[in-house]
Design a protein around this ligand. Structure first.
Ligand code: GTP
Ligand code: MG
Length: 138
């Protein structure tokens, strides 16, 4: 089975949507095998999103990710990376398919409620960023 790193972002934790978002994952057959609620510093958010350092929205993104607590989690299942991104919907909620998390909950292209890893290599790096092996209980 495959694992992916998911983040429930500040706009969603602030609106008390953690349970509703987790229900979407579980209904899609994804298992939450690790989960914790943490407050990122702006520097930690910047390190996590380092691949976007040159993008014009980088500073805004880091501020946003540090603005309220986030829930970081590891989702497990067959094809978990693609399945999670399907359940999340397109980055911009205006383009997200009906029924997806971003279509139902996201507020804007920046404040879009969830993050999900985009490939096996990034999933491994992103899971290790937040979790130790001991915290992962399949
Ligand atoms: P993630 O799962 O969060 O990585 O989203 P993604 O893979 O669908 O999008 P991408 O990796 O291209 O961008 C990462 C994040 O940067 C997005 O989820 C948004 O929160 C933010 N972002 C992307 N484009 C914009 C933009 O045009 N403006 C702002 N403010 N934020 C953006
Ligand atoms: Mg991405």
């Amino acid at each position: 089975v495959e694992r992916t790193l998911s983040i429930i972002k500040p706009d969603a934790t602030k609106r008390n949507l953690t349970g509703k978002i987790n229900a979407k994952f579980e209904d899609a057959g994804l298992r939450i095998v690790a989960q914790k609620r943490i407050q990122l510093t702006k520097a930690q958010a910047g390190e996590f999103y380092a691949v976007h350092k040159e993008r014009p929205f980088y500073d805004e993104l880091c501020e946003f990710m540090a603005s309220e607590p986030v829930v970081v989690q590891v989702l497990e299942g067959d094809g978990a990376i693609a399945k999670n991104r399907e359940v999340m919907g397109a980055t911009n909620p205006a383009d997200a398919a009906p029924g997806t998390i971003r279509a139902e909950f996201a507020e804007s292209v920046g404040e879009n409620s969830v993050h999900g890893s985009d490939a096996p290599e990034t999933a491994a790096v992103e899971i290790a960023f937040f979790f130790s092996g001991l915290e992962l209980v399949g």
